[in-house]
Design a protein around this ligand. Structure first.
Ligand SMILES: *Cc1c(COP(=O)(O)O)cnc(C)c1O
Length: 373
């Protein structure tokens, strides 16, 4: 007698592909038999300066309380964020990373038979969340690796329940002008939920930044998500938040599991929000090292996309092979074949020293390639 397949999964779950993260630093260190500090990880858009020193101090002080459950409402952090954005406290929903909030919005709005509209190169974790609930994705092409807002507006004819744009985008790094976003928001019918994912908003030049809070005040169907993982350097703690008016915020609070944002994450995020000096240092390094990285890669003949984030997307030929060759030199970058971009790699902007190392390794690789041709 043959065994039935086990586990017997619903179709959307059986079809799920795992999220592909950057190669962990320790994994490569073990593989190359070197100490982890010899590895430069430029694969997950983490802050190369580490966490804010104030956040570290706040965690050390709060560690004494970890025998207690965390405050499930994240009251202190929520109040700080409400003040920071000048919105009512009940418009702020904190969760364990903005990735989990994207999942909560999907859970709240989609299900089998419902549709989400998103761009071709949308953040993979969002796309996975849509698949997980058995909803279908309407994928809008990005011919120039920039979100095509007119095509996004046309796709509203598909009658989605949810539409998603990350600005700036990941893995492209490209961004939209505020006018384009405003046009899109105005075109979305009021019963369709809009997610504007602002994971990299801190890296946008001020003149390219739309007033997302003005949009939240105007559109009750808009959810803006933000994170402490990128500019604020707290990726390992998992803390992000959504801002949306009360009706949707209440739904997200019900969908969110209790106690998922740890006590340490809450106090660290509060301290990081307060550390303007650290954020300024982060943005300064990102601008300087980013310019150096772009110039260096362009000098090697690679096409580099414009980026308003803490990473660049470069066309290197065979992205997977290039990333493997970098690993041999103790550098981790991100191939993006899973996004349908096999010729490209995504490289996070590191410290000046990491940037020079990356460029030296890329130069060796380019030289070796021209010798063997
Ligand atoms: C990194 C990232 C996130 C998720 O960040 P969290 O660490 O889950 O807060 C969300 N959206 C985009 C586009 C990202 O690149």
């Amino acid at each position: 007698m043959s065994m039935p397949d086990f586990p017997d999964l619903p179709t959307p779950i059986a079809a799920l592909k795992p999220y592909v993260p950057g190669l962990p630093l320790e994994t490569l260190a073990r593989r190359l038999a070197v100490a982890p500090e010899h590895i430069a990880k430029l694969a997950s858009n983490e802050n190369p300066l580490g966490p804010s020193p104030r956040a570290l101090r706040a965690m050390a002080e709060a560690a004494i309380d970890v025998s207690r459950y965390p405050d499930t409402d994240c009251a202190g952090l929520t109040a700080d964020l409400a003040r920071w954005h000048d919105v009512p406290e009940d418009w702020v929903v904190v969760a364990a990373g903005s990735e989990s909030l994207l999942g909560h919005v999907v859970t709240a709005t989609l299900g089998p038979g419902r549709k989400a509209v998103y761009p071709r190169y949308a953040f993979q974790a969002f796309v996975n969340a849509v698949q997980k609930v058995g909803a279908s994705g309407v994928v809008v092409d990005e011919p120039d690796l920039v979100v095509d807002i007119d095509a996004m507006i046309q796709a509203l004819a598909e009658q989605p329940h949810l539409v998603y744009v990350a600005n700036p985008g990941n893995p492209t790094g490209t961004w939209l002008e505020p006018d384009a976003l405003a046009r899109w928001l105005a075109a979305v019918p009021p019963h369709v939920v809009v997610v504007l994912d602002e994971a990299y908003v801190e890296f946008l030049p001020p003149d390219a930044r739309g007033d997302a809070m003005a949009w939240v005040r105007r559109y009750p169907n808009l959810v803006v998500t933000r994170t402490f993982s990128k500019a604020y350097g707290l990726a390992g703690l998992r803390v992000g938040y959504a801002i949306t008016q009360t009706p949707l915020a209440d739904v997200l609070r019900r969908v969110r599991s209790p106690f998922t944002v740890t006590t340490l994450a809450q106090v660290a995020a509060q301290a990081a929000l307060d550390d303007a000096e650290f954020l300024a240092r982060t943005l300064h390094n990102n601008a300087e090292s980013g310019a150096r990285l772009r110039t260096g890669l362009a000098q090697l003949g690679y096409r580099v996309l414009p980026s308003a984030t803490n990473f660049v997307l470069a066309q290197v030929g065979d992205g997977a092979a290039w990333a493997r060759a970098m690993e041999q030199q103790a550098l981790i970058v991100r191939p993006v074949g899973n996004y349908g971009l096999p010729a490209w790699v995504r490289i996070s902007i590191g410290t000046p020293a990491e940037t020079e190392r990356l460029l030296a390794a890329a130069t060796r690789l380019a030289t070796a390639a021209s010798v063997t041709q």
